[in-house]
Design a protein around this ligand. Sequence first.
Ligand code: AMP
Length: 147
Amino acid sequence: MISLHNGEILGTTIAELIIPAERVAHVQVKNNLEHALLVLTKTGYTAVPVLDPKYQLHGLISTTQVMDSILGLERIEFERLENMIVEEVMNKDIPRLNLNNNLEKGLELLVNHPFICVENEEQVFEGILTRRSILERLNTQIQKLNK
Ligand code: AMP
């Protein structure tokens, strides 16, 4: 049985585990869908955060949402990509973490999402907490315990 003492994984802060904002691929609220699809395709990520020029977090946009928004009755209407903007299509109802939240809260949200956006007290985007980063930390701890 693995015991998760404080000071080990549950003692880790969210700030220690996040991918910082400057390394997170994102799009802006006013970008058109062509740009969003380009970012999603080039990075290979399924969804990316949507920010405004002040770096405040507005939502998430995924490839599925972009494609769904240009689905016509008989074909995919690619010509609409240029004229629609991210704000019209993004998901605004997203889980969020604050830098001050503990890791347990992060774990709880990551059960249903591959990553969670993290913001500071001023709602400025600080980065993302991913399942991968938690699993990596947990794996490191288990390896240490097994030595
Ligand atoms: P991963 O845990 O690395 O497989 O990432 C899970 C999801 O988190 C990806 O599909 C992306 O939606 C998001 N993600 C991870 N890293 C980044 C990044 N550097 N920039 C933007 N999104 C990311």
